[in-house]
Design a protein around this ligand. Sequence first.
Ligand SMILES: C[S@@+](CC[C@H](N)C(=O)[O-])C[C@H]1O[C@@H](n2cnc3c(N)ncnc32)[C@H](O)[C@@H]1O
Length: 153
Amino acid sequence: MQINPIGIIHSPHKTKDECPIQPVYSAGAGGRVEVFEEFAAGLKDIETFSHIYLLYLFDRAGKIELVRLTFLDDKPHGIYASRHPCRPNGIGMSIVRLLRREVNVLLVDGIDVLDGTPLLDIKPYIPRFDHIDSASNGWVAEKQWRPKPGGRE
Ligand SMILES: C[S@@+](CC[C@H](N)C(=O)[O-])C[C@H]1O[C@@H](n2cnc3c(N)ncnc32)[C@H](O)[C@@H]1O
């Protein structure tokens, strides 16, 4: 199996320490999603959506541990019960606000991705399909945002 990037995500976040842990904590952080020319035709009509999913490769992730400490808790959780970047098949997923399109570049807000991250795919966020009123927050429900502790990656 081979997956090739379709573009590059440009963001203001140069280091993991200053990078927000989710788009919801990243309002005001603008990013530029550059889609390579050969895929740009696929962006037709994307500007009809206010939010998009970015799927990308965690290309600077650290050691993979299947059960580990995460950003929001002092107790370990399974990697598939978390959004931690250090995972087998390190695929990241962020829902960001689409501000506008400039040909093959999407200007977005709420980016929680390091500058230069390889972009794998883009999909529209469609509330009719994706919003689930009855969804639970799992173990995250009781956890409050806190500054990133050291040594978590
Ligand atoms: C907790 S992950 C969540 C990412 C995404 N919203 C998700 O749920 O898949 C966000 C963190 O991943 C790390 N990160 C972002 N881009 C990365 C990259 N290209 N390689 C490795 N780690 C990255 C940063 O430390 C950032 O704070």
